[in-house]
Design a protein. Structure first.
Length: 604
């Protein structure tokens, strides 16, 4: 199961537990008034938003996205205990702060994992799937709360709060199955750590975030929708059913809207979503019947399906690759910080001028924002078209260049290429590839008239070299490529000026076998000649390899190799009376194995 699906199920269970309690909170706090509800929701969401941004920044710097997600989900589970024992709005406020702190820590790294797992062409579908499972879990959670309350004649909210811990725990356990993406190589950066900055985001992402922030001012907490239903005389269980339908609709259409946006673009889908929100909120101001409420809650579900996943996919698509989690964190911060003034404004207008006025105001702001969004995204689309045409031309030129480079150099080892650039391999030299395989390092030399020889103990490998050489050069004879073990070659002493031994010596059976191969390479090397070796080493992974005897080790990637270290290479160089042409270079491949480059010269 890939990370998109795993995190979708994590959110499914977490939101199941969360939405067993969320729609009950406005009812639980109804006597405290809309202003208190606005303060609780606004302050907690603003805190969440700040944490989302900084969590995204930390995630981009450390690449430890999974650990941050686990910490965040764990905090939300612990916070639920305070809700179970709450007896007033103060206890609810404490729960909300802890719960939203956890959400703030986990959201950006989780979304970055989803974006990376989904790939560039499936951003809408990946976030759409996650949004679908998120909303489905919420709908089922609301349904469970409804059943528990209807079964309990006392309408005990506290028992629902307690049962909500079960799905939250299941979601938390699923997190440990996430496979975090690792960099291919360990790179030690000496650059000073940059602080998170709005200016580091590109212009397109900044414009988009500003529009979303303006819209958020109109997008007050959903608690006001539930309070509106209660205000119109709807019972607690009926309010749960309204909220259940809302989330079912959002779940059913989230993935579809994401897939459509991937194919036809985000502009129209998101603009329609914002327009729909505006008209729905105006409708909440006008509604006076139960039937009208049902219709508005259904339409609000469509609005969520058309916007939430699409907003994230737009931000992820426009963000620089190395600032993906930071940009998603900035998005979450913008939407959350906007919720504080939105909720306070809605609560104050409701209290001073009535519920209808607060909904009319928010609806009008949303309609204006939708028009601005359409205009800005249209500008982005026009610019993107010009950029795509320019990029297409560049890619065509690059394809020709890449094709020529591939034809010229084949799959040459980058460190061997470095020797070529340094002028250590010239056309007047006799070259030997000892352990040549299918000849990946010989393409350039054969094509450009070098005097090339090759040995390998695999007959199939030598056949491949013979075929390739006959196609790349007219100056070729079959005796140049021989089926022979490196420790027993048939070449005369001091035959070659430059010898390549790439990923061969670490297959030695023991220390004696390694010494035999190395001494045989040295035997056929001319005085003043260069021996280039790439082989596995224990440098940097000494504590994670398991000795098997005879200097062979079990590596973290499951392979077994004969491993050398700096002392071994220095000792053998001294024994052969050679000299280092350059310091030993070692690459740590994701902590799974290490490859060292060992280049020595035979004294003349």
């Amino acid at each position: 199961m890939n990370n998109v699906w795993l995190l979708s199920f994590v959110s499914f269970f977490t939101d199941m537990g969360t939405y067993m309690v969320t729609p009950l909170i406005p009812i639980f706090l109804a006597s405290s008034g809309p202003m208190i509800i606005g303060i609780i929701d606004g302050v907690s969401e603003a805190l969440t938003s700040l944490l989302k941004f900084f969590s995204g920044y930390v995630s981009d710097r450390s690449k430890k996205r999974k650990s941050l997600a686990i910490l965040g989900y764990g905090l939300s589970g612990i916070g639920r205990i305070f809700l179970v024992i709450a007896s007033s709005w103060v206890g609810v406020f404490v729960w909300k702060l802890i719960d939203r702190t956890g959400k703030g820590i986990r959201t950006a790294p989780r979304d970055a994992i989803i974006s990376e797992a989904g790939g560039k062409q499936k951003q809408g579908r990946s976030f759409g799937l996650h949004q679908m499972m998120d909303m489905l879990g919420a709908a089922i959670g609301i349904g469970i709360a409804y059943l528990l309350l209807t079964m309990d004649g006392n309408k005990d909210f506290r028992s629902v709060f307690l049962y909500s811990l079960i799905p939250v725990g299941i979601g938390f356990c699923l997190l440990f199955a996430i496979k975090e993406k690792r960099e291919n190589t360990k790179v030690i950066s000496r650059e000073p750590k940059a602080k998170p900055s709005w200016k580091k985001l590109n212009r397109e992402t900044r414009q988009l975030l500003l529009i979303i922030m303006l819209f958020t001012v109109a997008n007050s907490s959903n608690s006001f929708l539930l309070l509106r239903a209660t205000d119109l005389g709807i019972s607690a269980t009926s309010v749960l059913l309204l909220y259940l339908v809302l989330h079912l609709v959002a779940s059913l259409f989230s993935y579809t809207s994401g897939a459509i946006s991937d194919r036809f673009g985000h502009k129209v889908i998101l603009t329609v979503g914002y327009l729909l929100y505006g008209f729905v909120y105006i409708g909440f101001g006008m509604v006076s019947s139960v039937t009208g409420l049902w219709l508005l809650f259904i339409l609000y579900g469509f609005y969520i399906a058309l916007t939430k996943g699409i907003e994230k996919s737009l931000v992820a698509s426009s963000a620089p690759k190395d600032l993906k989690a930071t940009s998603l964190g900035m998005y979450s911060m913008v939407t959350g910080i906007g919720l504080l003034p939105a909720s306070l404004l809605t609560g104050w207008v409701w209290q001073e001028f009535g519920a209808a006025t607060s909904f009319y105001l928010n609806g009008c702001i949303a309609l204006v924002t939708a028009l601005i969004l359409y205009k800005v995204l249209s500008g982005h689309a026009s610019k993107s078209t010009d950029e795509r045409i320019g990029t297409l031309k560049k890619n065509r030129i690059k394809a020709v260049i890449d094709m020529n480079l591939a034809e010229q150099f084949g799959d040459m080892d980058i460190y061997l290429f470095d020797q070529l650039l340094k002028g250590r391999v010239t056309k007047d030299m006799q070259l030997l590839d000892a352990g040549c395989g299918s000849g990946r390092n010989l393409v350039y030399f054969l094509r450009n008239g070098y005097s090339v020889y090759a040995v390998d103990q695999s007959a199939k490998a030598i056949e491949a070299v013979q075929r390739m050489a006959s196609q790349l050069t007219t100056d070729w004879s079959v005796e140049r490529a021989r089926v022979e073990p490196i420790e027993s070659m048939s070449f005369e002493n001091e035959s070659f000026d430059f010898i390549i031994s790439n990923a061969v010596l670490h297959f030695a059976e023991n220390e004696e076998h390694f010494r035999q191969m190395l001494e045989e390479l040295w035997r056929v090397l001319k005085p003043g000649g260069i021996l280039f070796m790439r082989l596995a080493s224990s440098i940097g992974i000494e504590n994670v390899v398991q000795p098997l005897g005879n200097e062979r080790y079990l590596l973290p990637d499951g392979s077994t190799r004969f491993l050398v270290n700096e002392r071994t290479m220095a000792g053998m160089t001294e024994k052969l009376q050679g000299v280092f042409l350059e310091p030993i270079k070692t690459v740590n491949v994701a902590g799974q194995r290490c490859m060292s480059t060992w280049v020595i010269k035979k004294n003349a």
